[in-house]
Design a protein around this ligand. Sequence first.
Ligand code: 4UV
Length: 540
Amino acid sequence: MPITSEWTVDIPVVDIWTMYFAIPKEYPPDHVLLTDGDTNRSYTYNHIKEASVQFGKGLKHMFDWKKGDVLGFFTPNCIDTPILTYGLHWAGGVASPANPTYTVDELARQLTDSKTTALVTQKPFLKTAVDAAQKAGIPLDRVILMGDEKDESGQHKHWKDVTAKSAWFQPKKTALDPKKDLAYLVYSSGTTGLPKGVMLTHYNIVANAYQTSRIDAKTLNWDSDRHLGVLPFFHIYGLSVSLNVTMFTGSRMIVLPKFDIEKACQLIEKHSITFMYVPPPIVLALGKHPVVDKYDMTSVRWINSGAAPLGVDLVEAVWKRLSIGVKQGYGLSETSPVTHTQLTEEWWKFQGSVGRLLPHMEAKIVDLDGKELPRGDAGEILLKGPNVFHGYWNRPDLNDETFTDDGWYKTGDVGYACKRGHFYITDRMKELIKYKGFQVPPAELEAKLLGREDINDVCVIGVWNNDQHTEVPRAYVVVRPDVQETDELAQDIINWLGERVGPPKRLRGGVRFVKEIPKSQSGKILRRVLKDQVKREEGD
Ligand code: 4UV
């Protein structure tokens, strides 16, 4: 029998803009929702609403924006991002965010694959954005700037100049079918291969906002709660969870463009932050970094950790040091993202658990043959729910390996549920490596490394780094027979790849030389064999 959620919530069938701006909120329109942690620049609810409509009109007027056109975002956190995203949704467009540490090639690949027609960036990222836009065939006058700096060359518009100034041109909000029309194309490698566009509809995101709020928002008040926005808006955890909770509950978010533990502590003290959504390495910093002792952290009531495994020892370290409870959430880009969460008041009761199913979610735990396992046995987690995506962009060929015949989404994660419905994640079947919560697809690194003439074969896996509390990528390399396996060569491979990929994908776990890569008869890399070998040798 599938496991079903014990909670329900009414989910309106509306698009994202309507959810935020047409459904009445508890907080007043002049309430400040977003504050830039560096500059203190702030936006009220009303400003976000009006500016988003202006930008949406501008897209229609200046770029003839059509329903389904994709706007790329290549920027660190900025309080302008929500305005532009909701304006884009107003105009019927689809947002496709990319990590601002991407190289030109990484960004160009996403822009090309997603058929992005215009790109938003900030001045310090303009060169990479322009080079990638050129590779992807995006005209340069469609590279739009946001943030405080403008472009002196006059080649690129600032988003504030993307408005429908003419009195005669007053376009209307684009009519959308929330269950069909896409709101986001976020990139995820899924169970195997290179990153693919995850098609998230408006309804997927709206459903997840209501599902999550049924649990987390219960504890939040618009006038007293403040939230530290450390999660990047280019990743599903930040763009959906952080922003939804802010817009939904009015719990003002202090936005950090880049995480730095001292800066985060300063802001917690200055703004009396009451809760945070973070990945495990930030829990580690809060539990162990010496700088934390210099600041008053007593305002924080709870922390949610997700995006990667969290050790129970870290939860204890934070509790002992700061008397703050750390609960866990779990989910994936493909599920908009939250599927499970712990109740804030239960963080200490079910330690190590990622919590229970959100309202309207169903789960099954199955063995390798897809046979359902009894409660308590570990197997692959399959999910159904209104927040589950519809498939990968332009990849209908992947539907069979992504969904079962009867419509269950195969997460590629291994776990079990206890009798009371609390889930525990124990392993990952899929290839994906998580560096500090960021996705690192091994297939991408392997393809690049095979481009070296001295490498005959390679397999990249994630190995655990306890000091940083994260997985790090490590390459197992078979060199050409006439090439010597030296420490210098290992370092050269690390440096060479480091120049070709963004920081999360660097080989921080090093390079190991091997004579062959374990493969199945059909030639598929048997990563599991290597991972088990590392576990045996290093106790990983
Ligand atoms: O696709 P993605 O990069 O998505 C995420 C989502 C993070 C979330 C989602 C809901 C929350 O409530 C929350 O706190 C954080 O990172 O990567 C999805 C993969 O990340 C791993 C797992 O392997 C997923 O397939 N993952 C996500 N959360 C956890 C996790 C967790 N709590 N424990 C272990 N692994």
